[in-house]
Design a protein around this ligand. Sequence first.
Ligand code: 5GP
Ligand code: MG
Ligand code: MG
Length: 192
Amino acid sequence: MASSLKIHPAHADLETILVTETSIKRRIKKLGAEIQQTYGDEEITVIAIINGAILFTADLLRAIPNPVRLDCIRISSYRNETKSIGKPKLLHSLTLDVTNRHVLLIDDILDTGKTLAMVTNVISKLNPASVKTCVLLDKKGRREVPFDAEFVGFEIPDKFVVGYGLDFAERYRNLPCIGVLKPDLQNPPEWA
Ligand code: 5GP
Ligand code: MG
Ligand code: MG
């Protein structure tokens, strides 16, 4: 009998799976509850850092019962690569007004801390009622600037990961789990 089990073809490129699809789903439900507990019935202005946070934000928003407004910003700091090229820049800024609003920033992963430190600094100057951050993954051991997120999905070791929004050269974002690429696939082409 033919198996009905479908495995994403990109799974074959992974050396290890660090977070399964099932664990992501389960954790997101709990994060949604934690967020509601923190904000009560207040409205939240969610700001997603795209592209990485797209999948996480889409699923997390459906686990948050509060009234929510959504905006997206784009930052450049990594290019086609597994290493940072330095200072993150804001490429695409807010369209919503955040004055006196409760802002919840969402990112896929907290690594050196430079991105979220820069973004929270920019947002704080716009006089929001509050700014908090939620990340799916936290590589605590990699911090270069001090930064803690209020809501964290999973702490992971210092490995370059892909899947569930996280890319390598813009690929693998559509993997339903988080994993580490096989070493021979981590040697990137020349930097553009
Ligand atoms: P930070 O400014 O904290 O060093 O970097 C945060 C950004 O770097 C994340 O939003 C993500 O785009 C990228 N990044 C950091 N670590 C990883 C990783 O392991 N895999 C991928 N795909 N991107 C990462
Ligand atoms: Mg990012
Ligand atoms: Mg990336």
